[in-house]
Each structure stands twice: as structure tokens, then as C-alpha cells.
Design a protein around this ligand. Structure first.
Ligand code: GAP
Length: 515
């Protein structure tokens, strides 16, 4: 694990106003975070890029914004009341709580790491002539570790599928898994724990119990017919939504990777039964292309699900290589007609589509794409945060911290800097440039400290362009424009600045990679 990088990301987020721990003055609230002035801009840009990639680029996808509170029967029909559980285990000595499946998965990762270590050692020993494939297929140690990892994975998947918590406990004992901090193996039994938060609403009859939605998708399902009727879409069509979701995660850690309150960006694509696997493959490719437009391809991969959720007949994750390894960023699920059918049954309302081409009614099948906005945020920062050595004003080696965020996602697009703050003409001119540019995109005006330090401050929040107003500006209306990554400065006319910055920072520069 790139522990150092991860620590740097967390402290950078706090220092530069991207993310703060929630309720910090009261020592925080586990698994809950607040987005600061830079964070909210970056997050909004990520959401906007996703939204435009879905709704703007696809004529047959429209958006909604459904309420967080929903009728409690929705969660009965969706299966969340009965099946939205994680296996929980407590350590009796440390009194700490763990997800039993994650303890086993961590053990599997260690087995795979041991096999990889053998391969690395051999690669060094044999040099150029090394045949990795053959070595993996024949080396007894590698085979042993790989086989053990596979067997454990299969047994874990079976235990989860059949709800066999006793076997999960047996697996933890057989693998000799100890509590990571204390080494204690004094475990309780494993039991299922429902992840939904509940609350109460007055005047609803019964006990008024409601759930905070654990996924935004159900708001789409129960609005399926409303949207279809008002948009007159024909199948296939999609409904997109961005919104908060809540899960009482057993262990909320790894910063904003696993939170108790988070934001999802989901799209349900309603298709003709029998065509769902084609659409599943199409959406796999489309979503991977979207991620690759902002993330290096080698940091992304597909991982099929071994253990399907209660609603799915096929599911794959797009994983990203976080500083703590490859982990799920987005889930793509073929959800069959499970949800619409259950809601039809429980509500007594027919949630069907009349297909004029087939001249028949049917319950559509659904392919879903679901990505966590906060995880995307973390992936963008993990890629972007770089320390590099650069020459300073005197040509000496110095280092800078720079956020190489895709310019279209950067919180601030352009900083306007008068060379000196005590020269009124420079300040007035810089202010007038700032007032013009702010009509086009988010700018910052900064006059404090030497210009080099101001550049560093903008580098640290990922601002793609800095415009400096100097004495020559007063003579010929030109400014220097400095590009964040190359640090190259060019002199351009003031009238050109808005165009240059817009061209590179507009979301269309990303969208065009998708079509
Ligand atoms: N509607 C399908 C669904 O909710 P999921 O795989 O449980 O599927 C989708 O969640 C995405 O939501 C995940 O890929 C992840 O990016 C994000 N997500 C899930 N739980 C999260 C959590 N506790 N904290 C942050 N993001 C989370």
C-alpha cells in the first residue's frame, strides 16, 4: 500500500479545503465527511461531467431527482429489508467490529501477494529470458498460493450466497485470522447486519418507520412510468439520477472510500427482455471509456462479481487502483426485471411498457450503472497529487506539490495575479481582468506574497492557468499566461485569455472523447 501517498491525500484535502472531517469540533463523526470550498467545486464538476455524459450525450436518457424519504414498502419490495446485510464479527478482546468477508478477502490478497513476490524474485533472477506465464503455471510455491487463494475465494462466495455464517466463522478460524491491531483470535460468531439507517416520520400510521435510502436506484424504479409517460420515450431508454445514499457500514474507513453518507450517480437503462446482456456489454464499454477519459487506462480494470446481489443476473465492477490497491469504483449490474416486478406485485400497480413494435406489454429488464461520486473524487485526487522537483526563479532545484487534475474538472480554472500588490495601476488592471474572466469560469484573484508562491498555491489546488498582470500589460494590454503542468508562460492579449482557458477547461473537451 502506498501509505505515504494516502496520508498525503488526506492531509492535502484538509489543508487546501477539499475535505474536512464532519463535526470536527466535536471530534468528528465516523465515516462522515464535509466538502470544503475546493472540494465542492471539484465534486460539482465530477457530477456535471457524469450528468452531461449521460443526459446530454444520450437522447434516450433523461434525469430525475427523487426524494430521499420513500414509502417503507419500497425497501421491502426491493429486498433491502431482508437481504441488504453484511456479515459482522466482533473481537472479544479488542471489542472492535469487523466485516467477516473483508477479513477473509484481506487474507486472499496476502496469498496473491505471496505468489506475486515469488514471480518478482524469479523475474529478477532470470532477467530477460524470464517466462512469467510458464513460471506461474509450473512453480510449486506459486501454484500452492494461487490455488489456496482460489479455493478460499470460492468458499467465501458460497458461504455468502447460502448465508452460511457458521462456515464463514470456520473459514476465519482455519485461516488463523487474527485481529490486525492486537493479534487476538478471540472472535464472536458471525452474524448478518442490515445496513439501512432507519428514522421516523409522524402521521404515517404504524410505527412511522422509514429508511434513509441505501441506493438512489429505487427512486428511479418507482418513477419509471411517470418518466416514460411524460417523456414518451420508447424502450430502450434510461433514467439518470445523482443523490445521497446512506449505509450503516460496519467499518467505515479509508477516508471517503467507504462512508456512511455518500453520493451515488446511477442510471437505470430499461430494455426489452432478452436484450439485456447486449446492453450490459455496451454499458460496460461506455462506462470504461468515460473513466478512461479522466483516468490512465492502466489504473482501471474490470472485475466480475463472484457473489451476485439479490437482484442481479450479471455484475461487474470497474475497479481503480487506489493507494490501498485495486478496489470497486463503479458497479454495472444486469438487474433483470426484479425491481419493477416486485414493485408491481407489492403495490398492485402494473409497471409495464407497451412495446408498439412487438404489440405487447412487458416488464422491462434493467441494466444499471452505479458509481460513487466520493470514490471518483478520491480516484481523481489519487491520480493527480504529485510532488515534483522543478527549477525555482534562480534556476535552483526546488519541489512543488501540484494537483494535475484534468483541467475541465479543476475547482478553479484561472487565477489572476497582479505582479505587485502595492502598485495601484497593476491591481486595478488585474481587477478589471478578473471581473471579465469571472463571467466565463471560476477564477481566483490573488495578490498576496511573491508571484512564485502564488503559483505554488494555485498548483496545489490544481488551477490550470495563472494570468499575471505586469508593467508591460499597462503598455500593450498583454498578460503572461502560465500553464500548470508544463509551467510554460506565454504572452497573449487580454482579449484572448477567456478563449484559451475556456477551450481547455470546458467539459466539452472531455465529452468529445466519448463520441
Ligand atoms: N444501485 C446499485 C448499488 O448501489 P453498489 O455496488 O452497492 O450498487 C454502487 O454501490 C457504488 O456506490 C459503488 O461502486 C461505490 O462507488 C459507491 N458506494 C457504495 N457504498 C459506498 C460507501 N459506503 N461509501 C462510498 N461510496 C459507496
Amino acid at each position: 500500500m502506498q501509505e505515504e501517498l494516502f496520508k498525503k491525500i488526506v492531509s492535502h484535502c484538509k489543508e487546501y479545503g477539499f475535505i474536512y472531517p464532519s463535526s470536527e469540533v466535536y471530534d468528528g463523526l465516523n465515516g462522515v465527511y464535509d466538502y470544503g470550498p475546493m472540494g465542492v467545486e471539484l465534486k460539482n464538476n465530477i457530477k456535471e461531467y457524469w450528468w452531461q455524459g449521460m443526459v446530454q450525450l444520450h437522447e434516450n436518457i433523461t434525469g430525475i431527482d427523487s426524494a430521499i424519504f420513500m414509502h417503507p414498502l419500497i425497501w421491502k419490495a426491493s429486498g433491502h429489508v431482508d437481504a441488504f446485510n453484511d456479515p459482522l464479527i466482533d473481537n472479544k478482546d479488542s471489542k472492535k467490529r469487523f466485516r467477516a468477508d473483508v477479513l477473509v478477502e484481506t487474507e486472499i490478497d496476502k496469498m496473491i501477494a505471496k505468489a506475486d513476490k515469488e514471480v518478482d524474485k524469479a523475474a529478477k533472477r532470470f532477467g530477460e529470458s524470464f517466462d512469467e506465464k510458464m513460471f506461474r503455471e509450473t512453480n510449486p510455491r506459486v501454484l500452492e498460493y494461487t490455488q489456496k487463494a482460489q479455493d478460499t475465494e470460492t468458499r467465501l462466495a458460497n458461504a455468502l450466497k447460502t448465508n452460511d455464517m457458521a462456515d464463514l466463522k470456520a473459514l476465519i478460524e482455519e485461516l488463523n485470522i487474527a485481529e490486525p491491531d492486537t493479534g487476538s483470535r478471540n472472535w464472536t460468531e458471525v452474524r448478518q447486519f442490515n445496513l439501512m439507517f432507519s428514522t421516523q416520520m409522524s402521521n404515517t400510521g404504524d410505527d412511522g418507520k422509514l429508511y434513509l435510502r441505501p441506493e438512489t436506484a429505487q427512486g428511479i424504479f418507482v418513477n419509471f412510468q411517470n418518466v416514460q409517460k411524460t417523456t414518451r420515450q420508447k424502450i430502450p431508454f434510461g433514467i439518470a439520477q445523482i443523490g445521497k445514499a446512506f449505509r450503516n457500514e460496519i467499518v467505515a474507513r479509508q477516508f471517503i472510500f467507504r462512508m456512511r453518507e455518500f453520493e451515488q450517480m446511477e442510471m437505470q437503462f430499461f430494455v426489452r427482455p432478452g436484450t439485456e446482456m447486449d446492453w450490459y456489454n455496451t454499458w460496460k464499454e461506455r462506462r470504461m471509456a468515460w473513466h478512461r477519459s479522466i483516468t490512465p487506462a492502466e489504473k482501471l480494470r474490470f472485475k466480475d462479481h463472484d457473489n451476485l446481489a439479490h437482484y442481479a443476473n450479471a455484475a461487474v465492477d470497474i475497479q481503480f487502483e487506489f493507494p490501498f490497491g485495486f478496489k470497486e469504483l463503479e458497479g454495472i449490474h444486469s438487474r433483470t426485471d426484479f425491481d419493477l416486478k416486485s414493485h408491481s406485485e407489492l403495490s398492485g400497480k402494473k409497471l409495464q411498457f407497451f412495446d408498439p413494435e412487438l404489440n405487447e406489454h412487458y416488464i422491462p429488464y434493467v441494466v444499471e450503472t452505479s458509481v460513487g461520486c466520493d470514490r471518483l473524487f478520491l480516484s481523481v485526487l489519487s491520480n493527480a497529487l504529485i510532488e515534483e522537483s522543478v527549477p525555482d526563479a534562480q534556476g535552483e532545484d526546488s519541489s512543488r506539490t501540484v494537483l494535475k487534475i484534468p483541467p475541465a474538472l479543476a475547482p478553479v480554472k484561472c487565477a489572476v495575479l497582479p505582479l505587485l500588490k502595492n502598485k495601484e495601476e497593476l491591481v486595478d488592471k488585474a481587477r478589471s481582468v478578473f471581473d471579465k474572466l469571472k463571467l466565463h469560469f471560476l477564477c481566483q484573484y490573488d495578490e498576496k506574497d511573491a508571484v512564485g508562491r502564488r503559483y505554488r498555491r494555485q498548483d496545489a489546488i490544481g488551477t490550470p492557468y495563472c494570468v499575471t498582470i505586469d508593467f508591460q500589460t499597462l503598455e500593450d494590454n498583454t498578460v503572461t499566461i502560465r500553464e500548470r503542468d508544463s509551467m510554460e508562460q506565454t504572452r497573449v492579449s487580454i482579449d484572448e485569455v477567456a478563449g484559451i482557458v475556456s477551450e481547455k477547461t470546458d467539459l466539452s473537451s472531455l465529452l468529445e472523447k466519448l463520441v
